[in-house]
Design a protein around this ligand. Structure first.
Ligand code: AHG
Ligand code: MN
Ligand code: MN
Length: 337
């Protein structure tokens, strides 16, 4: 079938057979995410009406409590995945601990766990700037029919079976991979259908955009400072352009289309930056690699890092392959390990 006018629903069915563990379960899971994304999209689009329909913490005209959008997005994704009995466990950036689904029910034969950042870039909501949702899917490692354990969630990123994001931007897009490239779908809001608009997305090998919160410059490791100076130097195709939205999903999306590097380095010797390995870095790393890009912490491939706790953070460099490798060179030169 030609790509023209292909819907996400059709795409999922058509590509199901190509997935190596194909049983329809993963397709149902992606379908649930598609549904939750539409619901959250609807809520995000109403954010600007908050003064009229009530702010978080208030009670609305129907007597319902208004929730903050990140809490609401969290609830919608968890509800959708739980109600449809599609996964056996969920971990979310918004929850302290993982959630075990139907742990008492031996008939729950679901194999997959989902990890989500329900609303990424949430500080951008109030100012009408794009936000997103990030998700990551693994096969459980403990036996089916038993309650999930922390082991099911602390898997290396290289074990992911699917990952993706939704960007609630000038248009709403769902971009995902199941390990056979990256495809992007744009929502037609009039009829609530996602269409394949960006087949086989790829990072250009090189780019001229660097994305980093330069306000933290003084705290960056020397190698990052050196790389930023390199980006700003007048030589060859440099200086590069600086673009930083402050929503990882949006910064990544732009860089994948135009070519660029995103960095969230350590901001002091004691911390590991801000981004979470499980909810943000691993899914973005899987997408990046599937799109011919690269993701590392400056020394190690992100997807090869063994997680030790649910909410851990890692320094994150991600984007066009040649740019990430150049940044790694500077980091390793300044601070060999
Ligand atoms: P979240 O809204 O899920 O907490 O994530 C925000 C993240 C990421 O999206 C963004 O790139 C980064 O935080 C921005 O952080 P700074 O404001 O420190 O630059
Ligand atoms: Mn986030
Ligand atoms: Mn978040």
């Amino acid at each position: 079938m030609s790509h023209k006018h292909q819907t996400l629903g059709e795409f999922i069915i058509e590509n199901q057979a190509a997935f190596k563990y194909s049983s329809g379960e993963l397709s149902r899971l992606i379908n649930s995410i598609r549904l939750a994304a539409k619901v959250v999209n609807h809520e995000v689009n109403k954010a600007g009406l908050v003064d009229i329909i009530g702010a978080a913490g208030e009670t609305n005209i129907q007597g319902e409590d208004q929730q903050k959008l990140d809490v609401l997005a969290n609830d919608k994704f968890i509800q959708t995945l739980t109600n449809r009995n599609i996964v056996c466990g969920i971990a979310s950036e918004e929850e302290d601990d993982f959630i075990s689904i139907n742990s008492q029910d031996e008939n729950n034969q679901n194999k997959y766990v989902v990890l989500i950042d329900p609303l990424d870039g949430s500080s951008n909501i109030d100012v009408n700037v794009s936000v997103g949702t990030i998700f990551s899917v693994y096969r459980r490692v403990t036996p089916v029919g038993t309650p999930v354990t922390i082991e099911d969630f602390l898997q290396k990123g290289n074990q992911q079976v699917a990952a993706g994001y939704v960007v609630y931007g000038t248009s709403t897009m769902l971009v995902y991979t199941t390990g056979a490239g990256v495809n992007g779908f744009t929502l037609n809001p009039a009829i609530g259908t996602f269409y394949l608009s960006h087949p086989n997305m790829e990072f250009p090998l090189d780019g001229n955009i660097y994305s980093v919160n330069e306000g933290n410059y003084i705290h960056f490791p020397q190698g990052i400072k050196d790389y930023i100076k390199y980006c700003q130097k007048e030589e060859g195709d440099r200086p590069y352009t600086s673009r930083y939205i402050g929503s990882l999903v949006s910064d990544f999306h732009r860089n994948m289309i135009k070519g660029g590097i995103y960095m969230y380095p350590k901001c002091s010797p004691k911390t590991n930056g801000k981004l979470r390995l499980l909810y943000e870095c691993n899914p973005m790393a899987f997408l990046a690699e599937q799109a011919n890009g690269k993701a590392s912490d400056g020394y190690t491939r992100i997807m090869d890092i063994q997680p030790t706790e649910l909410h851990e953070r890692v320094p994150f460099l991600c984007g066009s392959r040649n740019m990430v490798e150049k940044a790694e060179e500077f980091i390793q030169l300044a601070d060999p390990k």
